[in-house]
Design a protein around this ligand. Sequence first.
Ligand code: T5A
Length: 222
Amino acid sequence: MKGKLIVFEGVEGAGKTTQMQRLIHLLQASCFLKVRLMATREPGGTELGRRLRHLLLKQDPGEFVSDRAELFMYAADRAQHVETCLKPELFKGTIVLCDRFTDSTIAYQGYGRGIDLNLIKQLNDIATGGLQSDLTLWLDINVEAGLARVRSRGGCDRIEQADLKFHQRVQQGFAGLAGENKSRIVRIDGDRTEDEVAREIQAIVTRKLEDWGYSNNTNSEK
Ligand code: T5A
């Protein structure tokens, strides 16, 4: 595929959304102007996904969502997202920035909920048709600090409300994944100011774009 998929991952409140927006503005304003860019997210990157996102995250004390039902809803969201959004954009040559992808399912439903990791990997493969990120930026932040950031906004969703141990297992999941996938996943210390984190991300992504053959020069295209 001509395009590249850059994914942001991390526990609740790690700063993914903030940093993704900053990166997209920076790339739009930078010398990589001729690169086609798109920002999306999981769950909720498609119309079907937005409905699944609502079902997944809404707080409804009267309704119990089983772990496997949750897993399959994330997989359905991803299958639709890959088929109707990610693959077409990557074929066109777009640089796609995505807030969460397959590693979130391994961390949350695998490490967090305790569902068999091989089952999740198989489901991820089915949902993605083998599509992997070209670069994953893991914002590594203290779990309690991230939850405090989210809670200070007010109104937690169904997953944010899970207990601290759940979120600590999710964090261990991301750490394990980063250790196993050193060429794909880059760890970024998220416990710093927004500006410090943004500067590191800018440096990493600029280097990657150059490695991939995108020229950091207003006079030339890829
Ligand atoms: N999920 C998702 C699964 O369980 N399985 C899956 O397969 C997938 C794909 C998605 C939920 O679904 C789960 C994971 C999630 O629980 P979501 O709303 O998209 O729900 O959740 P998050 O992606 O976690 O979004 P959040 O908004 O909660 O976290 P972000 O995007 O990491 O953080 P951000 O940028 O919104 O920042 C949070 C707050 O912190 C401040 C921001 O201003 C904001 O108020 N902030 C900072 N404060 C201090 N210093 C910094 N450096 C800061 N950076 C940001």
